[in-house]
Design a protein around this ligand. Structure first.
Ligand code: NAP
Ligand code: MG
Length: 399
């Protein structure tokens, strides 16, 4: 059989621990036998990030800007314990944070649905995609303890004019916080959400708490509305999808009652919390995909989970593990499909679809990794736990 040809390389960002092992197997067992794989390889494994003073992360983000599509393995975000474990020169920042800042992207997370694994909310039949704004709010806030004092919010313009607002006159101990966002970042977030909803042909719901936070959250609402009216209304209408803005309380109620099949745009904190709720409700973090989309249409695909450290320590002791590779497989299929769409290579798009279908069918026929066995219930099918490698081989047979 002739292997499928690629025109433009994918940017490949390798990673750490168990996911680095899965990465190699996925390529060897599921991709390279079928595709004449072209990638520009960047090793974001912690050792190599340390050797390059983290320059490799910046280089990989620049390559992603150049080529347009990347696939990324999970990576360690170092903490004090990792600095010691790897004898690092310093405590590097999260690679995902660095890449996100350089691409000015929005993160979309979507569950992979399988017949046999029923969401905890059984009416959810289609994926709920969470779009999380990845800049500002409490993640860049300044906060502190306040004693008996008057807390004020002061902002000074370039001419030195000050505006002062009383936050609270404290008669006892308390806490204060100030946070910000920028119109530029909110507008990028809005465009990324509109583009992604059009891409998936799914309705877009956006929610904030603008009844309480009239100026702050009101600004988000207004910027979304202005961009929608000026740039996207016609495109949405011709795609037959709707854009709806409503209060977060209202969306939470609607989401629970829905069938899924929605892109839900969330402010930073809402997205952080709601994506964990949605992931858990669909069954497993190991079945959650993640894609970073920049406002100018650059895509970086990955799994939503981490490097699965506990399994890796077993693996290096020579034990067989049953780590779930599905989200990482879907990162590859997502990236290959997007590359195929951009290059007009139908074979590659078809292959990506076949790979996903084969993965889902393997699980539906009862062959899966250990994490899914307890969740799987289907008449006439007894779930069987396979090692990661055997599971990948079972998928390969179905491609
Ligand atoms: P994790 O790697 O997601 O794993 C947490 C636990 O979830 C695992 O111990 C395992 O549970 C289960 N799990 C996650 N993915 C699984 C899979 N594919 N198959 C089977 N079980 C899976 O999170 P963590 O342990 O908090 O973080 C480990 C490292 O990953 C950290 O260094 C962190 O910095 C990094 N991280 C990276 C990313 C990223 O690159 N996007 C994201 C998050 C975390 P059991 O042990 O009970 O089987
Ligand atoms: Mg969270």
């Amino acid at each position: 059989m002739d292997k499928i040809k690629m025109i433009t390389p994918l940017v490949e960002m390798d990673g750490d621990e168990m996911t680095r092992i899965l990465w190699k197997w996925i390529k060897e067992i599921l991709i390279e036998p079928f595709v004449d794989l072209k990638t520009e390889y960047y090793d974001l494994g912690l050792k190599h990030r340390d050797q390059t003073d983290d320059k490799v992360t910046v280089d990989s983000a620049n390559a992603t800007k150049k080529y347009g599509v990347a696939v990324k393995c999970a990576t360690i975000t170092p903490n004090a314990q990792r600095v010691e474990e790897y004898s690092l020169k310093k405590m590097y920042k999260s690679p995902n944070g660095t890449i996100r800042a350089m691409l000015d992207g929005t993160v979309f997370r979507a569950p992979i649905l399988v017949d046999g694994i029923t969401p905890y909310i059984p009416t959810w039949k289609k994926p709920i995609v969470i779009a999380r704004h990845a800049y500002g709010d409490i993640y860049k806030a300044v906060d502190g303890l306040a004693g008996e004092s008057k807390a004020e919010l002061v902002y000074t313009d370039r001419e030195g004019n000050k505006v002062t607002k009383l936050i609270h006159d404290f008669n006892g101990d308390g806490v204060v916080m100030a946070m910000h966002n920028t119109d530029k970042s909110i507008a990028s977030f809005a465009r990324a959400c509109f583009n992604y909803a059009l891409d998936l042909k799914l309705p877009l719901w956006f929610s904030t708490k603008d009844t309480i936070s009239k100026v702050y959250d009101g600004r988000f609402k207004d910027i979304f509305n202005e961009i929608y009216q000026n740039e996207y209304k016609e495109k949405f209408e011709s795609a037959g999808i709707e854009y709806m803005y409503t209060l977060i309380d209202d969306v939470v109620a609607r989401i629970v009652r829905s069938e899924g099949g929605i892109v839900w745009a969330c402010k930073n904190y809402d997205g952080d919390v709601m994506s964990d709720m949605v992931a858990t409700a669909y069954g497993s973090l190991a079945m959650m995909t993640s894609v970073l989309v920049s406002p100018d249409g650059i895509y970086e695909y990955e799994a939503a989970h981490g490097t699965v450290t506990r399994h890796y320590y077993k693996y290096i002791k020579g034990e067989q593990t049953s780590t779930n590779p599905v989200a990482t497989i879907f990162a590859w299929s997502g990236a290959l499909r997007k590359r195929g769409e951009l290059d007009g290579t139908k074979d590659l798009v078809d292959f990506a679809n076949r790979l996903e279908k084969a993965t889902i069918e393997t699980i539906e026929s009862g062959e899966m990794t250990g994490d899914l066995v307890g969740l799987f219930k289907k008449d006439g099918v007894t779930p069987k736990k396979l090692s990661s490698e055997d599971f990948l081989k079972a998928i390969a047979k179905r491609i």
